[in-house]
Design a protein around this ligand. Structure first.
Ligand SMILES: [Zn+2]
Length: 287
């Protein structure tokens, strides 16, 4: 199995919201905000090519920027022309070639690419996998969570219901060697996606294990326990998830795969007495 990173969208978020409790004096040393306090972000997706020739994606990003109003595009600083089709084309692929999609969760900036602005499925042949709880969140229309799961997400999951496969927690191996594991925190049904063995694009011939961390750990500056987004539904669960996984990733040399880092797609980490965890090496996607 081979994994290849690609960019689905570029956008920007409020730096304070991305770092939650962390004072600006600290996070702005890591990410320089613009005059609106926004920091650059990417929606990173990953192409998965299985040994039996299937092709899948992790995440779809925000989707076609035309989905959004002019005001929303401006607020989020979304790119003019949707990057995902271009990124796929660069790998010789079209939407039709995608057989499956794994979603860490159903927030608009992860599942927004499933439907086009006319309400048609973008990936006509893809089966869609996400954790059982997250399907309920996407369809729940919870008024407390409408910003994260707006109406268009509800409509998407309604429309695609025959192609959505909820992953039960007692049987999380969605494909041989790929596990969608419980990672409640950022959202209730958040999944982290664990690869026992994969070849990394640009490093063929060598296998690694890797963990897609979803929004529990959106980028390289979110390794520390309280460096978490203000968008987390269950902040303490995010911390507990980090406590569970980061020691293992450091010890077993598991590459973290980031969903929003604007600079790198992945990183290997070390435990550190002063800073809890530090990046040892990064993966930028270039050979
Ligand atoms: Zn996100």
């Amino acid at each position: 199995m081979k994994i290849t990173p690609l960019t689905a969208n570029t956008f920007a978020s409020d730096g304070g919201a991305m770092f939650g409790l962390v004072p600006k004096g600290i996070w702005q040393r890591l990410c320089t905000p613009d005059d609106k306090n926004l920091i650059p972000q990417r929606c990173n997706a990953w192409l998965i090519e299985t040994d039996d020739g299937k092709k899948g994606l992790i995440e779809t990003g925000c989707g076609d920027p035309q989905w959004f109003s002019e005001r929303e595009r401006e607020i989020h600083q979304l790119e003019e022309t949707w990057l995902l089709p271009q990124s796929l084309k660069a790998l010789g692929l079209r939407f039709e070639d995608i057989d499956f999609i794994l979603l860490s969760h159903a927030h608009w900036d992860h599942a927004g690419g499933l439907m086009d602005p006319e309400g048609n499925p973008v990936f006509p042949n893809a089966e869609i996998f996400l954790r059982e709880n997250e399907v309920l969140c996407a369809l729940g229309r919870d008024p407390l969570l409408y910003k994260s799961y707006p109406e268009k997400i509800y409509e998407t999951f309604q429309r695609l219901s025959d192609r959505v496969f909820p992953v039960p927690d007692d049987d999380p191996e969605v494909l041989p060697g790929i596990y969608m594991l419980p990672a409640a925190g950022h959202s209730e049904g958040q999944a982290c996606i664990y690869f026992t063995e994969a070849e990394l694009a640009g490093n063929e011939g060598k296998t690694i294990s890797a963990l897609f961390t979803g929004d529990n750990l959106p980028g390289k500056h979110h390794l520390r326990m309280v460096f978490q987004t203000a968008y987390d539904t269950y902040p303490l669960k995010t911390r507990a998830w980090k406590q569970q996984w980061l020691p293992r990733c450091a010890q077993d040399d598991v590459m973290l795969m980031f969903t929003h880092d604007p600079d790198v797609f992945g990183a290997w980490i070390d435990a550190d007495e002063k800073h809890e965890y530090v990046v040892r090496d990064v993966y930028t996607g270039e050979a």
